[in-house]
Design a protein around this ligand. Structure first.
Ligand SMILES: Cc1cc2nc3c(=O)[nH]c(=O)nc-3n(C[C@H](O)[C@H](O)[C@H](O)COP(=O)(O)OP(=O)(O)OC[C@H]3O[C@@H](n4cnc5c(N)ncnc54)[C@H](O)[C@@H]3O)c2cc1C
Length: 250
């Protein structure tokens, strides 16, 4: 007897834009209805495929921002690159009711599992905060107790994605704290001058290696490589450092 085909992780699925939220002037969160979504772990991503009327296709990867609480919706947050092919379409053109295709979830390494007992240090640059946010949301939803710290590097205050939600996690999720690091312009009265992330930033605001944190670093390739090099130089075990590179430079 023939068995009905079960859609797998490598199957392209139609995803319909159910809702969109502007996070900053250049970043937008897409809430997508994906029937029969199999669920995901915080940190995983999807492949997104766009098909033009003439059949031309473009495909990119986007981290899943939402925790896996809903079996039919996922959220992605897209940072627009002005000269990009796909991101300006997703931030400025795609409308509620429009369809794209997604495939996934993808990735089994850059994921946080609640069963891990270790403290977690998250280091994100720009849109690299997206998969880290899925981890923060998952921890908040499950009321997990592992200490979490997020070091989030942005150019300027107006570039902070999730700027209303992050302080709510600081307030409501015991054991979660946040350090915002500014690279070009800091708010008035901010104690640290704007600069690129460096040894002093991670030494002062991260955790020491003997705290044995699991560390997740995500963002533009140069940001991730710099932060990972600093962590290793500070004595963190490379096996505990997981990285995700989005491409480009910071
Ligand atoms: C696993 C994974 C997860 C990702 N998750 C996200 C996410 O959650 N949100 C998000 O906004 N992006 C994410 N990205 C990046 C995303 O896949 C695209 O690379 C990005 O949206 C640019 O695509 P584009 O078509 O607009 O630009 P392209 O047309 O591909 O590139 C335009 C120009 O920008 C440069 N460039 C490409 N990517 C970047 C970058 N990330 N930073 C700076 N310059 C870049 C290119 O070198 C090129 O010069 C992720 C990438 C990976 C590999």
């Amino acid at each position: 007897m023939a068995r009905a085909a079960v859609p797998g992780r490598l199957t392209w699925r139609a995803a319909t834009l159910a809702e969109a939220r502007r996070e900053t002037s250049t970043a937008r969160t897409l809430v997508l209805d994906v029937p029969d979504w199999p669920g995901h772990l915080p940190g995983q991503h999807v492949d997104v495929r766009l098909t033009a009327p003439d059949g031309y296709r473009a495909q990119r990867s986007y981290s899943i921002a939402s925790a896996s609480s809903d079996q039919s919706q996922i959220e992605l947050t897209i940072q627009k690159l002005d000269d990009g092919e796909v991101s300006p379409y997703l931030t400025d053109v795609l409308e509620v009711g429009d369809q794209i295709e997604v495939r996934g979830p993808v990735g089994g390494w850059f994921v946080w599992r609640e069963s891990r007992p270790h403290p977690v240090l998250l280091i994100g640059g720009g849109s690299g905060v997206v998969p880290l946010m899925a981890m923060v949301r998952a921890r908040g939803q499950s009321r997990a107790k592992q200490p979490f710290r997020l070091i989030y590097s942005v150019r300027a205050p107006e570039a902070v994605i999730y700027r209303e939600e992050l302080p709510r996690h600081v307030r409501d999720d015991p054991g979660f704290d946040l350090f915002l690091h500014y690279t070009r312009q800091a708010p008035d009265g901010w104690p640290d001058p704007p600069k690129r992330i460096d040894v002093a930033t991670i030494n002062s605001h991260g955790w020491p290696p003997d705290f044995t944190p699991d560390v997740f670093v995500c963002g533009p390739t140069t940001f991730v490589e710099t932060a990972a090099d600093i962590l290793v130089a500070l004595g963190h075990d490379p096996k505990r450092i997981r990285t995700e590179r989005f491409g480009g430079t910071s």
